[in-house]
Design a protein around this ligand. Structure first.
Ligand SMILES: [Zn+2]
Length: 120
């Protein structure tokens, strides 16, 4: 991979992270302003289900953010774009579609198959 390509991925990852951070701040504001006085129990129930939906999304985002940080660390140490399993180069096409990936498509397919067999 050329250093220009690497820089492009770095920028892309940083942008992803910035947009997640902005989103998280918005959620925290919403949580703070909504968890005050809600006298009607029905309103409260629907709001709580909204909140748990929000929190599930946040949990996914938190995991994605960890992956972004790991990808950024791989860019710094020069291992970005190399499959962590078989050591082959990950195709640019795959990285463009999923810049946080650390597995080539073959290993990813195998991993998913394994996880399915284990019923996870
Ligand atoms: Zn691989």
């Amino acid at each position: 991979m050329t250093s220009e390509e690497l820089q492009t991925f770095k920028k892309q990852l940083e942008d992803m992270k910035a947009s997640i951070n902005a989103d998280v701040e918005r959620t925290l504001d919403t949580l703070n302003s909504q968890t005050g006085n809600i006298p009607d129990p029905n309103d409260r129930a629907s709001m709580e289900s909204d909140l748990s939906f929000e929190l599930r999304i946040r949990e996914r985002e938190r995991k994605l953010r960890e992956k972004i940080d790991e990808a950024l660390a791989r860019i710094s140490d020069g291992s970005y774009g190399t499959c962590s399993d078989c050591g082959q180069d990950i195709s640019l096409q795959r990285l463009e579609a999923r810049p946080v990936t650390e597995l080539c498509i073959d290993c990813k397919t195998k991993q998913e198959k394994r996880e399915k067999e284990q019923g996870r």
